[in-house]
Design a protein. Structure first.
Length: 260
């Protein structure tokens, strides 16, 4: 069984930062996307729970430049077996990629890797599109389930029983036939810290770099319809009123029409 996990390096801003055309790197910390950490942990737990002769391989894939390799190796240190990174000048020039464009690139890798299960994070902490996993499922013509917070895998039956969050506080228990794409929600497990042994082993694990040509894609594959035209801080909120007792609060709410 092969499990493909999409991972991404994201930039986390300091509490205080300045925008001058862009955001200077001194205000940014690069790390593994939080949702992807849970996806990696889910894959590694499936591997650990399998019989020794089950031969479960966990492969990560990311779209990013060489600078992302330190982050990629965090996933390897936590138990992934090998990693794939896709990058070339055309991707660098493309700028912001929309979910459909990412799905084309990731889908080309998945077609080559031939996974039984694909795990993605629900969303990324920077773009926050929350749609790449589902777009990837459509691209691969795989079954899918989004916002999964519980998972029970029956490999013999080829079924993933998933518990997922829906809008309005509704929760759903359903079964998905493999091969499938599942987008993993935070809280499904407790991601492990990379051990010193894991960190050392990660340095010798396979990390393959592909260009678009290597995965059979041309320049038109990264012609994203999105363009980032600028950055700005949001406007501040309205005035704040400090309330010292419940009587004053009740009066204030009445004046605002609450309860009428």
């Amino acid at each position: 069984m092969r499990i493909l996990v999409t991972v991404k390096q994201v930039g986390v801003l300091d509490d205080e930062f300045e925008i001058d055309g862009g955001i200077d790197e001194r205000y940014v910390t690069r790390e593994l996307n939080e949702w992807d950490e849970y996806a990696v942990e889910t894959a590694v737990q499936i591997q650990e729970a399998s019989d020794e002769d089950a031969d479960v391989e966990v492969v990560t894939v990311t779209i990013g430049p060489e600078a992302t390799e330190e982050t990629i190796r965090q996933a390897l240190a936590k138990g992934a077996d090998r990693a794939i990174r896709v990058w070339d000048d055309r991707l660098a020039e493309a700028g912001l990629l929309d979910p459909a464009t990412k799905a084309r690139v990731l889908g080309a890798v998945a077609a080559e890797a031939d996974p039984d299960l694909v795990l993605t994070g629900v969303q990324s902490a920077d773009d926050g599109f929350g749609a790449t996993g589902v777009a990837l499922a459509e691209r691969l013509d795989f079954a899918w389930a989004a916002v999964v917070n519980e998972l029970a895998l029956d490999r013999e039956a080829g079924i993933a029983a998933v518990h997922r969050e829906l809008e309005g506080g509704i929760e759903e228990l359903t079964e998905v036939e493999l091969p499938a794409v599942l987008t993993i929600q935070t809280g499904i497990n407790e991601p492990r810290y990379a051990s010193l042994r894991g960190i050392r082993n990660a340095q010798s694990k396979e990390l393959t770099v592909h260009t678009l040509d290597d995965i059979g894609l041309g320049a038109d594959a990264v012609e994203s319809p999105l363009r980032q035209t600028g950055l700005s801080k949001p406007e501040g909120g309205g005035e704040t009123t400090m309330v010292e007792d419940t009587g004053e609060l009740a009066t204030l709410l009445e004046e605002q029409g609450v309860g009428q």
